[in-house]
Design a protein around this ligand. Structure first.
Ligand SMILES: [Zn+2]
Length: 78
């Protein structure tokens, strides 16, 4: 699996989770996730991250804060 296709997959994972993606891309992501450990991890992380944020926050969270939380969580994950 090339680095390039991973970059694209990770980018699309965000759209995927936001529901802003076509069924065709969804299919391609699912396929990629099944064959790529790295992106599967990235997807799991983002998925968990979003459900935690949704659980804890009743209001819309600013992108800036999300980005900061994300990097903190990532450091803890490694
Ligand atoms: Zn990948």
């Amino acid at each position: 699996m090339s680095k390039r296709s991973c970059d694209q997959a990770v980018e699309r994972i965000y759209f995927y989770l936001d529901g802003e993606i076509t069924w065709y891309r969804r299919l391609r992501i699912n396929w990629h996730l099944r064959s790529c450990r790295m992106c599967e991890g990235a997807y799991d992380f983002e998925h968990r991250f979003r459900s935690v944020v949704r659980d804890k926050c009743s209001e819309d969270v600013p992108d800036e804060l999300l980005e900061r939380l994300r990097s903190v969580l990532r450091e803890n994950d490694e």
